[in-house]
Design a protein around this ligand. Structure first.
Ligand SMILES: *Cc1c(COP(=O)(O)O)cnc(C)c1O
Length: 235
């Protein structure tokens, strides 16, 4: 018999919500401070619909074409229910298009992208929340992110850009680094950013494997894919 996909998603979603609650509680935090962004990349729009029916309000995608198709396929009602987060590496020629459907762009890492997103937002009459993606590694050029010493300039560019609001930072724990060490560093970077930009209080950190560490270190958003949707097919 075929697996009941909705039941499977419901069970895994519940399990992840329990992990978030347990991690927040043991860190002395209110679980309501942590927003779960369910990363639906590689999975069909039917799964996105099932998740919306299960009450998921934040979804994440990392490829422009796939994201545009899936978000565009939602009904008006479904679309109004969810906040769409773009979390993938951005090319400046795609950024204006991303601005046509995303609500939050978490992966902004250079001024060129800021300008392209801002133009796109204006053209489409939209407003985007922006997180600056921070590179906590320095050697791992492939995953994107601004080096911490470049963050003030990037943040100022977002602040000045029409159609964009700076909401905080995002990072991926570098491979081979203790997640607690990486996320504690991100927390210090976020604190420094808030002294210039008090409204930039979002910290997006933590995925399926390290969300507890991220929550201990103050994450306000966790981005969880495989723990809910299952193993992604290899590209
Ligand atoms: C795919 C992805 C995630 C989700 O990763 P899982 O390990 O499947 O939870 C989170 N953040 C980013 C930036 C991603 O690309």
């Amino acid at each position: 018999m075929a697996v009941d996909r909705t039941a499977q998603l419901r069970d895994r979603l519940t399990a992840v919500q329990r992990r978030i609650e347990a991690a927040a509680t043991s860190a002395g935090r209110d679980p309501a401070e942590v927003t779960l962004v369910v990363v639906t990349k590689f999975f069909p729009v039917e799964d996105l619909r099932r998740l919306i029916d299960l009450g998921v309000r934040h979804v994440g995608e990392n490829k422009d074409q796939e994201a545009a198709a899936k978000i565009g396929a939602l009904t008006e009602q479904e679309r109004a229910w969810v906040t769409a987060h773009f979390i993938g590496q951005l090319q400046s020629n795609k950024a204006a298009h991303v601005a046509s459907y995303a609500d939050v762009v978490q992966s902004v890492d250079r001024v060129k992208i800021v300008n392209a997103l801002s133009r796109g937002a204006e053209r489409h009459g939209r407003h985007l929340d922006v997180l600056a993606q921070v590179d906590l590694d320095g050697s791992d050029a492939g995953r994107g992110g601004v080096r911490p010493d470049g963050l003030p300039e990037l943040a100022a560019a977002v602040q000045a850009a029409p159609g964009l609001t700076l909401r905080g930072v995002m990072a991926v724990a570098p491979l081979g680094q203790e997640p607690d060490v990486a996320f504690a560093r991100l927390a210090r970077i976020a604190t420094a950013l808030r002294s210039d930009h008090p409204g930039a209080d979002h910290i997006s950190a933590g995925m399926s494997g390290d969300l507890e560490a991220a929550i201990r270190c103050g994450a306000t958003h966790v981005r969880v894919g495989s723990a809910i949707l299952g193993q992604r097919p290899r590209p």
